[in-house]
Design a protein around this ligand. Structure first.
Ligand SMILES: [Fe+2]
Ligand SMILES: [Fe+2]
Length: 133
């Protein structure tokens, strides 16, 4: 069972960003499944690092998209991305320090990210883009 399945509620209505959000969700689910299967060690650290890469790329793409559509909330959204990456880095370091063993706090963090950030915060620039189109 994955951390979360892709569903309509994660669809923000921007195809390119939906695609990247799916990649993020897939990367999260790979970590969740590995942990559920009892895995730990460098393989898990690598999956966590992969999520970090996909996310860093996505945030850059998303910020470029928000700039393109003239989204007025770009500045504060960027700051939220910075904080999210900082928190992610803290979790990644804790997992590494635990020998590549993930923990429930990390998965709660990922769930909040999907629900509060993608559904809550990302959907706002999408609504702006739709209204401006
Ligand atoms: Fe996003
Ligand atoms: Fe975002």
């Amino acid at each position: 069972m994955p951390l979360m399945n892709w569903d309509q509620t994660l669809d923000i209505g921007v195809a390119s960003m939906n695609k990247e959000h799916r990649e993020i969700l897939d990367a999260m689910n790979r970590i969740f499944d590995a942990d559920a299967a009892g895995q730990s060690g460098p393989a898990v650290d690598q999956l966590v690092a992969k999520l970090g890469e996909v996310t860093t790329r996505h945030f850059a793409d998303e910020e470029a998209y928000m700039a393109k559509v003239g989204y007025p909330g770009l500045g504060s959204h960027k700051l939220i991305h910075v904080k999210l990456l900082q928190d992610f880095g803290t979790h990644a370091a804790a997992i590494k320090a635990a020998g590549g063993k993930a923990n429930p706090e990390f998965f709660n963090f990922l769930k909040r990210w999907l629900i509060a950030h993608i559904k809550g915060i990302d959907s706002k620039y999408a609504a702006h883009a739709k209204a401006a189109a």
